[in-house]
Design a protein around this ligand. Structure first.
Ligand code: AQP
Length: 348
């Protein structure tokens, strides 16, 4: 028999976040998420980072590519500075608590909540939504399970995930209310930095995304220095020089995006970048941005390539991380089963 249900009122600070290995990671994933995961690792709070491969298959993934992308994403995490000893790094499918809690949350969350998610609407726009997978529709429920399986309190994400985190809060509140417990924390999204929403290099109104059909729309963490420079040189802009004040970027999404990328990569504010480049033409600004991007990304790419030479070592790191993750999630899940009223009598 499991222990009686505990209903703690306060929760130890714990950070959880994830990235889908649904393609090669982009500069958007790096600035909006990965770079900040590394910063959080140094703040003395427990950090758990997950490659959410079960989310990735909500749209079709070639199995061999998915395996390769998962290892490559793990290499990107480590190359960017995630230390698998200080943080827990693993892939979602190796810890079954995610899927199990995801099912329970499917029974807590409401269809209407899912239907209102802008990511669902964006991903089905212009398509026959009826033909999309049920997993894609229920994606935010599994995401809530990813976070709450660890009773994580803080989740660093890019701006695009804000609505999903609000839904995670709603699921936690409804679960606590329905079962009369204070079991799950109401998580805090951490959306900070100069590039919480990196936009496509081809269209400043669209998010940079690993699944965008145009490779020119994004910078991949595997791109060579030459490719990065060429993509920035060809990035869509307007004919005006950079303004001398941030307000001047208001109706110039492409210019604003490049300024924000520069700011995030340099660690300065967008206001300082505008101050330094006031009046500059893109012919001057783009090469400066390309140099900066190459200087910041090339060491990561080089280290990723080195790590990818030894896939068995990457698998070992992910496996070890999964064991540590499972040790946290399994007891939490057992308490959830108790709360929900499942008989748990299997000998251990
Ligand atoms: N363009 C972006 N700017 C800032 N942050 C971003 N993130 C993604 N794109 C940007 C952040 O990266 C983390 C992991 O995201 P994900 O891979 O799980 O899913 P996503 O947000 O749907 O990313 P993609 O690249 O657009 O993937 P696909 O194309 O497969 O859907 C999240 O914290 C996200 O905010």
């Amino acid at each position: 028999m499991t222990e009686p249900v505990q209903t703690p009122q306060t929760f130890a600070p714990r950070i959880f976040s994830g990235i889908q290995p649904s393609g090669g990671l982009t500069l958007g994933n790096y600035l909006g998420a990965l770079k900040r995961f590394v910063e959080k690792q140094d703040e003395g709070i427990e950090t758990i980072y997950c490659l959410v491969d079960m989310h990735a298959i909500t749209v079709w993934q070639d199995p061999a590519k998915l395996r390769q992308q998962t290892r490559e994403a793990a290499a990107a995490f480590i190359a960017a500075g995630i230390d698998p000893k200080r943080s827990i790094l693993f892939n979602q499918s190796q810890v079954s608590a995610h899927a199990e809690l995801g099912w329970i949350f499917n029974c807590v969350a409401r269809m209407g909540w899912m239907g209102r998610m802008t990511q669902w609407k964006d991903k089905t726009a212009g398509k026959n939504a009826e033909a999309e997978s049920l997993g894609l529709f229920a994606y935010p429920s599994l995401m809530a399970a990813d976070i709450l399986a660890y009773r994580a309190t803080m989740v660093p994400v890019g701006e695009d995930q804000k609505q999903h985190l609000e839904l995670t809060r709603d699921i936690a509140i409804k679960f606590n209310h329905d079962y009369g417990v204070s079991f799950f924390p109401v998580v805090e999204p951490i959306i900070e930095g100069a590039a919480t929403r990196v936009m496509s290099l081809r269209d400043g109104t669209k998010k940079m995304s690993k699944s965008d059909p145009s490779d020119q729309s994004r910078i991949n963490l595997t791109d060579t220095a030459d490719v990065i420079a060429q993509k920035i040189r060809k990035a869509k802009t307007d004919p005006e020089p950079l303004p001398d004040h941030l307000d001047g970027l208001k109706d110039r999404p492409e210019a604003r995006n490049l300024v924000n990328i520069y700011a995030a990569l340099s660690g300065h504010s967008a206001a300082k970048v505008i101050h330094d480049f006031a009046g500059a033409q893109f012919g001057t600004f783009k090469p400066a941005l390309a140099d900066l991007a190459v200087a910041k990304l090339e060491p990561i790419t080089t280290e990723m390539n080195r790590l990818m030479q030894d896939p068995a070592e990457i698998d070992r790191i992910l496996g070890e991380g999964a064991v540590r993750a499972d040790a946290i999630a399994r007891p939490i899940l057992e308490q959830v089963y108790d709360i929900v009223g499942m008989v748990r009598s299997r000998p251990v």
